[in-house]
Design a binder for this molecule. Sequence first.
Ligand SMILES: *Cc1c(COP(=O)(O)O)cnc(C)c1O
Length: 497
Amino acid sequence: MQVLYKSTRGKGESVTASMAILKGLSQDGGLFVPERIPELGVPLEELAKMDYRETAYQVMSRFLTDFTEEELRTCISGAYDEKFDTEKIAPLTEASGAYFLELFHGATIAFKDMALSILPHLMTAAARKNQVKNEIVILTATSGDTGKAALAGFADVPGTRIIVFYPKHGVSPIQEKQMVTQKGKNTFVVGINGNFDDAQSAVKRMFNDKALEEELDRAGFQFSSANSINIGRLVPQIVYYVYAYGTLLREGKIQAGEEINVVVPTGNFGNILAAFYGKQMGLPIHRLICASNENKVLFDFFRTGTYDRKREFILTSSPSMDILISSNLERLIYRIAGENAEKCAQLMNSLSQGGEYTIEEEMKEQLKDFYGNFCSEGETREAISAVYYGSNYVIDPHTAVAAGVYQKYLRETGDQRPTVIASTASPYKFTRSVMSALSDRYEGLDDFALADALCALSGVKIPRAVEEIRTAPVLHDTVVDPEDMPKTVKRFLGIEA
Ligand SMILES: *Cc1c(COP(=O)(O)O)cnc(C)c1O
């Protein structure tokens, strides 16, 4: 049965999956959501026998119903190949009484690779399917990891260009180096004088700017989004939760039908929303545990029902979660508002006008599947140290926020269900924070010396992504104010002087 996509805010018509992927964001500023969540439709026992690609086909074909089997399988095999350093693609490692689902084995050693390695394939297939003549311009705001993963995914893909904006002083040195050394004739990387939310808001304004859209169209371009609001990002992220369940079955850690918990270090709410969709498809997930860092808007929201972004923006050691506006939460709000687009639009409007909204009691009751908590910077360091000294396993600060929150959940609930922790970045991406959490001994070492020290300590080989940037030249050095982003885009596309 066909699954169509409609906006969380509008009365606009429904579109096919391929159109939703091409558009990224709906015309009315809302996010595309499936009209219904399809059933997984695979006996759970069968999951144990499937490799990553087969699982991906089973999950994605339920959602992307206007793609043929051949198209989807081609996209999947083009994405989940030797770019990943393990055939398992997303392996599970048992440590500290939980299962760490390692989502960092792709080109940029962070979980964004899971979706961004397949998005360009889905997008070019979707463009062919819809007879798109324009060149597709990917416009992305990044808090660090999305940018590089999108650049790696789209670099030199024919018919596409990619422009990435990042907060000049809000990403780690390695994250910045990874981006500004990006090769590819169709890539453009720009630092902005502002934080991630400034970048994201300006990108959203460009997407909603009709005059700009017409100007681009005349020049043979159209925008699309690789941000986690694109349904083509969200759907591939459901796959690894289903795959993790299959792995637990295969390894005899659970029985078919047994419930598990999932802990997700959260920023834009895309990763945890994918787990929620997995549960809606029929995957036996008990609690969705939403872990925040000191930017704990979501923790406060789950406790009080009020989402309030009017607060200080805190730079933490888990920069990919330094976010005050979690865009993908809108899809959950829409759902718990009984799929009432008007209600959803109202709440989102009060967020952008007044900086906050409060949901009704009725809506709040539907959040029972979720548990929210957060870790301070100190607690994050303690979690890194506890997992290493307890299990000889090194985790990055984002994953540590999740591990720390899981300990709080255990203390509060005593819930002994098997638990999967989404491990969203390799510790090699955040060596300074990781090593300083383990000992004072490493102070004063440069980033590459730290990588060598981490290798000696963990016995885990230094990933290719880190080796490469040791010597790579800087190819992008543009820095602009947020107001000047549209001008910068046009200049790069050669539209205007
Ligand atoms: C993007 C990111 C997150 C947050 O994921 P969301 O889907 O935005 O909630 C967490 N950890 C890392 C390392 C990331 O790159």
